[in-house]
Design a protein around this ligand. Structure first.
Ligand SMILES: Nc1ncnc2c1ncn2[C@@H]1O[C@H](COP(=O)(O)OP(=O)(O)OP(=O)(O)O)[C@@H](O)[C@H]1O
Ligand SMILES: [Mg+2]
Length: 394
């Protein structure tokens, strides 16, 4: 269902608007914390909340934490007081604050005075996006001012907020804190979104790509836009570019895990991943697993972790060096032959790893053939006649 310009966000919008209504009707303050992985729609939801709050009569001020534009400590918070067509501060008051910026405590007091004055004439909504990128002074100012003005009709919308900051806000008593962690959109919402934008339902191939986005609206918008542009094959190219971009942004350990899952082509348990990637195992803590999952390229399944979709696996393999893919196939083949009892998997990976003239892949094939001799003699003999098996065994 559509809420304003958004699809599939009825429930989070209802929760957000309940806080806005609390300020509008009952003079209550509140905090909306909007979190979720990259591209899930935090900024889009913040915009929609701002738009609806303005329609409900709240005065709205909004800003963003962009390190490139944070000229001085605290600039992200100070700048939002001067943002928009009807800024909360006039230019003199703003210039005073900028001059005082090196002294956070008096600045926090002064901002508190200005906002208390503004809230005296009606409820306010103050939105700050990308809070995880805020400098420490901005975070301090925000925390201090929010706690001091807790009794006033001010709704704070904090998007991209990290858990640490949420914990620090817990001290702001008297304030309703509504934490909204955005989930991926359902495929049905993506299909409706595509139908709305394209003027007709997406074809089967586009629907597959939409499904492979894992409900990430940023991915979906790019797929739909490339369909709308109509260039042949642009959807596949766009999808490939999105996957390789996502992969490149991950840390080294997380990248290795995603590449392994793509080559494995089936779910792997954390224990299997550790055994297959012993060099990165030391780093495989919860945050690597979260990074891998937040990338949107993978998903948690009953058996462990898996690539989200075969189209994602394919794209990850395509943007991995062929020699690296073969190395991973060889490792999987050896693992399935020794540490686990999955000869059929071993055979598939040994075949994929085989390279003419490569002694080690020939050896793996030979061992796989031997292990299959009883259960699948046809396959075993086919493997044993593979040209790489003709090398003598040492
Ligand atoms: N529910 C939705 N319905 C329609 N379009 C959406 C929805 N959510 C997000 N979008 C679109 O998806 C794209 C990505 O959304 P957005 O920029 O809000 O993500 P984000 O979570 O803020 O990303 P980042 O983590 O990079 O800040 C935008 O083009 C936005 O308009
Ligand atoms: Mg954003």
């Amino acid at each position: 269902m559509q809420s304003g310009s958004l699809w599939g966000r009825t429930e989070p919008m209802a929760r957000a608007l309940a806080v806005v209504r609390g300020a509008q009707r009952h003079g209550l303050g509140g905090i909306l914390v909007i979190g979720g992985p990259a591209g899930v729609g935090k900024t889009a939801l913040t915009w929609e909340v701002r738009r609806q709050a303005a329609r409900m009569g709240l005065r709205v001020a909004a800003g963003q934490c962009d390190p490139a534009q944070q000229s001085a400590p605290g600039a992200a918070v100070i700048a939002l007081l001067r943002a928009g067509r009807e800024p909360l501060l006039d230019s003199d008051a703003y210039a005073d604050l900028v001059r005082m910026a090196a002294e956070p405590l008096p600045v926090a007091d002064r901002i508190g005075d200005h906002l208390a004055g503004a809230a005296g004439s009606g409820p306010l909504l103050i939105a700050l996006d990308d809070l995880h990128r805020a400098d420490p002074t901005s975070r301090f100012l925000l925390r201090t001012v929010i706690a001091r003005l807790a009794g006033l009709p001010i709704v704070w919308v904090l998007a991209g907020c990290d858990d640490l900051f949420v914990g620090e806000l817990a001290g702001a008593d008297d304030l309703r804190v509504e934490q909204i962690r955005l989930q991926p959109l359902a495929t049905v919402d993506l299909v409706t979104m595509a139908t709305d934008r394209l003027g007709h339902g997406p074809d089967e191939r586009t629907s597959r790509y939409l499904d492979a986005t894992g409900g990430n609206p940023r991915f979906a918008v790019r797929i739909i836009d490339s369909v709308a542009r109509g260039a042949a094959d642009s959807v596949a190219a766009e999808f490939h570019a999105m996957v390789s971009g996502r992969l490149a942004r991950l840390g080294e350990a997380a990248q290795s895990v995603v590449r392994l899952l793509a080559v494995a082509g089936r779910p792997l348990t954390i224990g299997e991943i550790d055994a297959l990637l012993p060099d990165t195992a030391a780093h495989r803590e919860d945050d690597v697993v979260s990074e891998v999952l937040d990338s949107g390229l993978t998903t948690a399944v009953r058996e462990g972790l898996s690539c989200r979709h075969e189209l994602v696996s394919q794209a990850v393999r395509d943007c991995t060096r062929a020699s690296h893919v073969r190395r991973l196939h060889r490792r999987l083949a050896e693992y399935y032959l020794t540490d686990s009892v999955r000869p059929a998997q071993a055979v598939a990976h040994a075949r994929a790893a085989a390279e003419p003239g490569d002694a080690s892949s020939g050896m793996t094939l030979l061992v796989a053939a031997e292990s299959l001799a009883d259960t699948d003699p046809d396959c075993a003999s086919e493997l044993a006649t593979h040209e790489d098996c003709h090398r003598p065994r040492r």
